[in-house]
Ligand binder design. Structure first.
Ligand code: NAD
Length: 358
């Protein structure tokens, strides 16, 4: 057994179909009396439903969360929280809504109760991001880690199938990179492998029947595990590439993760053989050539995009993307930096074309 450090993160998880019924109890346990409920405009009715449940314990709703937490939105939400005397923020939605809650907590220290309805995993991390003047700045602060997370698969039944698949692949990406993280530990390895397994099992069922509660439960359980891995250990090449492509070329978050993941894993396969074995096992991909091919097949068999050219990337931008990706590289099991520009450019070309890694 190698040396390791394990730091448990202090969040409370309440999981189960219908778990939203515990909301009042959980708010009570947080000691909150006036909760501000956050959502995107698309999920305003869910935010209203949460506020209605809370009655006079709801201070109001702020239904204007958008992708990547623009500073102006963060300021408005902070101002609303102050004006309404909120002592807690409830974020119902995906990573964008949780991210807005984090922006409020970062400034005010308000506790967040998160009710995730995608598989992005932000609710289990102390990582925040705020976008100002076109630049997304990220950081880590224990204050932004939601204190309580209610995972209710019934609230995910409305997540469209296409988004469910790419969001599931986004979650798997956290676990896949966690398996070869420099600061990993045996507990995170268990969670990562189990998280990949649960999501890989769930996606084909969800694709057939979007309102299968058991499969939705598996996927959300996997999202919790994968999000926990993201919150506990460092990410590597794959996340660097996705951050670059999403941030600089304005490509959609979950789709970029879905497309790039098999190629980043192929790049790292020889440098991290134990992680690959775990991935192959979790994907049930033993009759397939590799973890990378198994991930590609999971995405393409379930109808997800597999080529950057199909989600708005321009061929003319690939050189620049490679330049940006090798600048300030993250730690990675296989070295990548300016000297590996050619290999990263090739990786991006393959992701652009949607070539199945072998
Ligand atoms: P999202 O939160 O932007 O949601 C996408 C759309 O789906 C929104 O319109 C949302 O309202 C809708 N939606 C969500 N759940 C739904 C449901 N059950 N039914 C119907 N519609 C639903 O997307 P996301 O992929 O969850 O989050 C992406 C953002 O989260 C990115 O900005 C990313 O950087 C961030 N993120 C942050 C972390 C972190 O640790 N800080 C981790 C993962 C993602």
């Amino acid at each position: 057994m190698n040396e390791f450090i394990y730091n448990g993160q202090p969040s409370r998880v309440v999981f189960g179909a219908g778990a939203l019924k515990h909301l009042e109890r959980e708010i009570e346990l947080l000691g909150a009396r006036r909760a501000l409920v956050l959502s995107t405009p698309e999920q305003q009715s869910q935010a209203q439903m949460v506020a209605d449940r809370l009655g006079n314990r709801a201070a109001g709703i702020f239904p204007r969360a958008v992708m990547h937490v623009p500073m102006e939105t963060a300021r408005e939400a902070r101002e609303d929280a102050r004006r309404l005397g909120a002592d807690c923020a409830i974020a119902i939605g995906g990573g964008s809504t949780t991210g807005l809650g984090k922006a409020i907590a970062l400034e005010s220290g308000l506790p967040i109760l998160a009710i995730p309805t995608t598989y992005a995993g932000s609710e289990m991390t102390p990582i925040y991001g705020i976008t100002e003047a076109g630049l997304k700045k990220t950081g880590k602060d224990p204050r932004v880690l939601p204190r309580t997370v209610i995972y209710d698969p019934e609230l995910t039944l409305t997540l469209p199938v296409a988004m469910s698949v790419t969001s599931g692949m986004n979650a798997i990406a956290h676990a896949a990179e966690g398996l070869y993280a420099q600061d990993s530990n045996p507990v995170m390895d268990l969670m990562a492998e189990e998280g990949i397994r649960a999501i890989a099992r769930a996606l084909p069922v969800i694709r057939q029947q979007a309102d299968d509660v058991a499969a939705r439960g598996d996927a959300l359980y996997g999202a919790w595990l994968c999000g926990t891995v993201l919150g506990n250990v460092g990410m590597a090449l794959h996340h660097k590439l996705c951050h670059t492509l999403g941030g600089s070329f304005n490509l959609p978050h979950a789709e970029v993760h879905t497309i790039v993941l098999p190629h980043a894993i192929a790049f790292n396969s020889e440098a991290a053989p134990q992680a690959m074995d775990r991935m192959v096992r979790a994907l049930g991909a033993t009759n397939r050539a590799s973890a990378a091919a198994g991930l590609f097949d999971l995405a393409s068999d379930n109808g997800a995009p597999v080529a950057l050219k199909d989600i708005g990337m321009q061929a003319a931008d690939l050189d620049h993307a490679a330049d940006l990706a090798v600048r300030n590289p993250y730690w990675n099991p296989r070295r990548f930096g300016p000297a590996q520009h050619g290999e990263i450019r090739l990786l991006l070309q393959r992701a652009y074309e949607g070539v199945r890694p072998d």
